[in-house]
Design a protein around this ligand. Structure first.
Ligand code: MTE
Ligand code: MO
Length: 186
C-alpha cells in the first residue's frame, strides 16, 4: 500500500482559511522583537533586522488544520529556528518549547519539533510577504503538527524542562497534535 498523502479524516482545500483567537495584531517592524528565554545559556532578544540576518530556510509542505482542512504544497520562506537556538544555546535539560505569540497566544511543542527539517519561522508565503491575517510579519510553521501549533505573530521561544499546555491545549486540544495519529483533542 502506498503511504496516503493526507492524514485521516482531512479534506483538501485550495482556499486558505483564516483562524485565530482575538483581533489581528499589527506591529511596526522597528518595534518588533523576538525573545528567547527560560532554560537557555544566553537569554536574548532579536530585532527584526537581527532576525533576518540569521540562516534562511525554505519549506514546501502540506498543512493540516484540526478543524478538518488540509492544504497541499504550501511554500514558506523565513528563518531556520535552529539558527535562533544556536545563538541562545538551550541548556541540556531543555526538552520542550512554549512558543509565544501576540494576544497572549501560546503553543507547546517538543524541542525536537522546533529543530525538525520542516519547521520554519516564516515571513513569506507563496512568494510574497506573509499577510497580517496569516500571522505576519512572522509566524512559526510546524507542518508535521496540526496547524494550531503554528503560532501566528510570534514573539518568542521559552525553553522548558517539562511540558505544559498552551492556549488551545488548555482548552482541550491534544498536547502533541500529530495529525497522522489524529491527536486532536484530549
Ligand atoms: N497567535 C495565534 N496563532 C495561532 C492561532 C491563534 O489563535 N493565535 N490559531 C491557530 C490555529 S487554531 C490555526 S488553525 C492556525 C490558522 O492559521 P491561518 O489563519 O493562517 O490559516 O493558526 C494557529 N496560530
Ligand atoms: Mo485550528
Amino acid at each position: 500500500m502506498p503511504e496516503p498523502r493526507v492524514p485521516p479524516n482531512q479534506t483538501v482545500t485550495r482556499l486558505f482559511p483564516v483562524l485565530h483567537f482575538g483581533p489581528v495584531p499589527r506591529v511596526a517592524l522597528d518595534r518588533w522583537r523576538f525573545r528567547v528565554f527560560g532554560l537557555v545559556r544566553r537569554p536574548l532578544e532579536f530585532s527584526w533586522e537581527e532576525m533576518l540576518q540569521l540562516r534562511p530556510k525554505t519549506v514546501r509542505a502540506d498543512i493540516h488544520c484540526v478543524t478538518g482542512w488540509s492544504k497541499l504544497d504550501t511554500e514558506w520562506e523565513g528563518i531556520d529556528p535552529q539558527a535562533v537556538l544556536e545563538v541562545a544555546e538551550p541548556l541540556p535539560e531543555a526538552r520542550y518549547v512554549m512558543v509565544h505569540g501576540m494576544n497572549q497566544f501560546t503553543a507547546n511543542l517538543e524541542l525536537d519539533d522546533i529543530l525538525a527539517p520542516d519547521t520554519v519561522l516564516a515571513h513569506r508565503f507563496a512568494g510574497a510577504p506573509l499577510a497580517a491575517e496569516h500571522g505576519g510579519p512572522m509566524r512559526l510553521v510546524v507542518p508535521h503538527r496540526y496547524f494550531w501549533k503554528s503560532a501566528k505573530w510570534v514573539t518568542g521561544f521559552e525553553l522548558m524542562a517539562e511540558d505544559r499546555p498552551g492556549f488551545w491545549e488548555e482548552r482541550g486540544y491534544h498536547l502533541r497534535g500529530d495529525p497522522w495519529q489524529e491527536e486532536r483533542y484530549w
